[in-house]
Design a protein around this ligand. Structure first.
Ligand code: IVH
Length: 677
């Protein structure tokens, strides 16, 4: 193929893929089968491999990947990002309308109402139609550059669609990044399965995801974006009204609010707000309010701003649904990792569509802070998809008979002493743990986790059976499952021969499961399914994995120090080593089908380079491309993890740091030699 032919084909492929992305991610109306899409996408990748100069920043191939950053660059917004004043009552909405009308007497006011998406505000800059920079709100003037993370959002156009109208030279588009409710629930379930603390709400999970420095981790979170406004708009005819803005945003390829209302009076506004309240529960994203905006830009101009918010707009916040009930008791739940969680046992109460009899109290610190006592009347809250929580005590209803809760010093399940373990930088607070690894609650949890669908996938091994097996002392750890007999099982209460045989068949089938499932199933702290897969890619066998040092483990993509430490610590326990040997004897598969030998990853696999100073012949991007093409990583800063610093002229502090840390320093000639070798 000539270069000209490749270029033409590339342009057509990009167009076609963009069209399919828009249909799938924006309109939720797929226009092609997954296979056919993959074929197009791979053709694009192949073409770009052969003709690297065709790769543009807005190519669909540039969505995922990108090197981890050491910090976000600050970005100055071209127009400031304001916030909104909030109201919580219908009365305040009426007052707002009156207030605005007074500022523009005699004018007919037309309002727009749209959902207030509960996510993270974002500013998207497009230059000549191409997405060039995306930033968080920050202080309203300057935010963090999260462009690489935003590029992983498939519904975000890399290039604005042509509409026949002139595209602005520079435009800032304002919107909200969010994690859909279903993805939030799934992510939390995964975090809990890996022994990590769940996110409190979808908003936090979106903010936490956007703040990740490694775009590859962000790509694994199905973030999405809805846009609802403009900042700077230069070099084309700007819209004159807000509904025109929404229509334009839609026409150039964005997801905009799925339902909006145009209103001409306070009564109409309140009706719209109520209607949205009914509808919002069915939305795929969390909606915590309604935003009311004046439609006409000319009138907005006349009305102006306060120091932090426009005077022509307001947010009506829906109250989180709350109820009062009696706290009958506090019980302690012991999890698979030994963590003791206080649980509120409540007088059942109906709240936001379901009856609630239990709610988490998180941990001891939380209990103390809220001074929750047994017998108290408490307020419980359920905001959207969030698990019900006790928000506080109704102090006016205290009688003096309430009893403060003594956090147990011994495990309620096995009587062993408990120890307070500090948080370790993974979002987990201070927790009490039962340190007895043979505690029945922990064993039960470990068996259940091992059998779970995402792990070894053994049907029937749920809570009930796991509990029976432990109670009857048939199983003390997961290896014991492999010596269970039909007779032992049928002797259990309510266990027929057929279910017993099915369970045994499931156990037998689990022997051939892939290594990552086994690893995940072991329930090692912080080793979720994603981490287990990442390990499976880099290690051929379980033995290879456990002979790696902590440092070697941190060199694996997606594995940080906390995880590496947890793995090594787990394996240092003699009991755990013994468990592995018994699993080996039982005939379990210890090999990974995901394993890719380092050679396939390139000779520089696992090696991190830092470039500094001016190199004699190569531009920085060229040097980086060479290193990456051979499987190496290029990082922006020098640390203990750096393998080589490539230094040119005027190399400054990075060179000094490399020398201080004893990192190997090479020049361009040496780098080129290594590349040739
Ligand atoms: S308009 C000057 N519209 O709510 C107008 N904001 O509480 C600025 N938000 O910072 C925002 N949905 O992050 C607007 N449909 C919507 C919105 C929305 C969510 C967020 C946004 C803003 C915050 C203000």
């Amino acid at each position: 193929m000539t270069h000209a032919e490749a270029k033409a084909r590339h342009a057509r492929l990009v167009e076609e893929i963009r069209g399919h992305d828009h249909a799938y991610y924006v309109e939720a109306r797929p226009s092609i089968s997954d296979q056919a899409y993959d074929k197009l996408y791979h053709e694009l990748l192949d073409l770009e491999k052969e003709f690297p100069d065709l790769v543009t920043p807005d190519s669909p191939s540039q969505r995922v990947g990108g090197e981890p950053l050491t910090a976000f660059k600050p970005v100055h917004h071209l127009s400031p990002m304001m916030s909104l004043d909030n109201t919580y009552s219908q009365e305040e909405v009426r007052n707002f309308v009156t207030r605005v009308q007074k500022l523009v007497p005699g004018e007919t006011l037309e309002w727009m109402v749209e959902p207030k998406v509960d996510g993270v505000a974002i500013n998207l800059r497009y230059e000549k139609g191409v997405f060039t920079c995306g930033a968080t709100r920050g202080d309203g003037t300057t935010g963090d550059d999260v462009t690489a993370n935003l590029k992983t959002i498939r519904s975000l156009p890399g290039k604005l669609k042509a509409t026949g109208k002139k595209i602005p030279d520079v435009v800032e588009i304002r919107g909200e990044v969010y994690l859909p409710k279903a993805a939030f629930l799934k992510l939390n379930a995964e975090r809990v399965a890996a022994g990590d603390e769940p996110f409190a709400n979808p908003r936090n999970s979106a903010a936490g995801s956007l703040k990740q420095l490694d775009p590859r981790l962000v790509a694994k979170r199905p973030l999405d974006v809805i846009v609802y406004g403009l900042g700077t708009f230069q070099g084309a005819e700007p819209p004159l009204e807000h509904d025109e803005v929404l229509a334009w945003l839609k026409s150039v390829g964005f997801k905009s609010p799925q339902k909006t209302w145009k209103c001409r009076s306070a009564d109409e506004l309140l009706a719209a707000i109520n209607e949205l309240d009914q509808l919002r529960h069915k939305f795929l994203y969390e909606t915590d309010g309604a935003v009311i905006k004046l439609n006409s830009f000319a009138l907005r101009e006349k009305i102006g701003f306060t120091s932090k918010a426009p005077r022509w707009a307001i947010a009506y916040k829906y109250a989180a649904e709350q109820a009062e009930t009696k706290l009958k008791a506090i019980t302690i739940q012991v999890g698979r990792t030994g963590a003791l969680t206080p649980v509120a046992e409540l007088e059942p109460v109906f709240l936001a569509g379901s009856t609630i009899a239990r709610a988490t109290l998180h941990n001891e610190d939380e209990l103390r802070r809220k001074d929750i006592r047994v017998g108290d009347t408490v307020t419980i809250e359920k905001a959207g998809e969030v698990i019900p929580a006790v928000v506080g005590v109704v102090l006016t209803k205290r009688t003096g008979k309430e009893v403060p809760f003594e956090f147990p010093k011994h495990c309620p399940e096995c009587g062993s002493k408990v120890a307070r373990t500090e948080g370790n930088g993974t979002g987990e607070g201070v927790v009490w743990r039962c340190l007895n690894a043979t505690c029945p609650a922990q064993v039960r949890g470990r068996i259940e986790h091992w059998c779970a669908r995402g792990a070894m996938d053994i049907e029937g091994g749920g809570e009930v059976l796991a509990s029976q097996l432990v109670k009857n002392a048939l199983v003390h750890d997961v290896a014991d499952l492999y010596s269970l007999t039909l007779e032992q099982l049928t002797n259990l209460e309510r266990m027929g021969e057929k279910s017993a045989q099915n369970f045994l068949d499931g156990i037998a089938a689990s022997k051939t499961r892939d290594l990552w499932r086994l690893l995940f199933g072991l329930g090692i702290l912080h080793v979720g399914a994603g981490v287990a897969k990442a390990l499976g890619k880099r290690f051929a066998t379980l033995d290879d994995l456990f002979s790696a040092s902590e440092t070697q483990l941190t060199e694996v993509e997606d594995i940080g120090e906390v995880i590496a430490h947890s793995l090594v610590q787990w394996h240092q326990e003699p009991k755990n080593r013994e468990l592995i040997e018994r699993l080996r004897k039982a005939g379990l598969n210890f090999n990974s089908s995901l394993y890719k030998p380092a050679a396939a990853l390139g000779p520089f696999a696992g090696k991190t380079f830092v470039l500094t100073g001016t190199l004699p012949t190569l531009k920085r991007e060229e040097a980086a491309a060479k290193i990456e093409a051979l499987g190496g990583k290029v990082s922006g800063s020098v640390s203990k993890k750096t393998d080589y610093v490539v230094a040119g002229d005027d190399a400054g502090s990075k060179l000094e740091k490399a020398q201080k840390l004893g990192v190997k320093v090479i020049d361009e000639a040496e780098l080129l030699k290594m590349c040739d070798e």
